[in-house]
Design a protein around this ligand. Sequence first.
Ligand code: GRG
Length: 270
Amino acid sequence: GFELIAQDSHLGPLMLRSLDRIEQRLAESVHSADRIADVTARHLLDAGGKRVRPLLTLLAAEVAGEVTDEVIEAAAVVELTHLASLYHDDVMDSAPMRRGVQTAHTVWGNTVAILTGDMIFARASAMVSALGQEPLMIQATTFERLVIGQLQETTGPAPDEDPVAHYIKVLSGKTGSLIAASGQYGALLGGGPRSVVDLMVVYGEKVGLAFQLADDIIDLTGHPDVSGKIRGTDLREGVDTLPVLLLRRDAAGSDPAAAASARELLELVD
Ligand code: GRG
């Protein structure tokens, strides 16, 4: 998690101190007076996670302007939004594990997991509302794109839609949107110029895409102790990731050599 980033990175003291402050804000903001809600909301936060989105917010602020208190707050908001979406995602996918621990719905049931996600999302919304009108709009747009991405993934491509194009559209919504928002918040609240704030959207989308593709490859090749996930889960559950979609495209394509080797590999996975 955060400790891993801190150990392995070449981040300067300002970044490390800022990550520490974000961690404190995260712990404060999931706290609930309700004993059970407190436990369920801490569950995934305490389990770790890489904190990639808050880090991107900090880096964008540093590049475009400076790390302000509002940047720290926004960095916590993006991680909370991500956290909320993970509670819901794990229910939808019936995932047994997340961040190396049992998922919340496995421990407490679907209802508790969904409501915990709702509570964390409400906290993020309250925090972002104090940051002003534009961050609030970014948050609302991002939430909608997250939800639509998830919806499109669930419904699958239209009959006349290219599966690879559909896949990229889904990723742009469910992963690219929040990563783009992370950069946007950093540049905006760090006092950066408008041009850089807008560029962060394009940059974040591409980082999000690269990030998710890496995730797909980790599912095939990653080590469970490092990734916290069971290898080959996507394949076993028939989730169409880009490596498989590209093999199918090659298998049906006009290059005979590529088609033959793609078919050979697909036999291993189908
Ligand atoms: C309640 C905000 C909210 C959303 C509901 C469920 C849903 C709509 C959207 C799902 C979005 C989702 C979970 C996308 C997957 C994104 C992804 C790449 C997750 C893994 O991110 P990492 O690797 O995980 O950053 P860690 O654990 O390191 O934080």
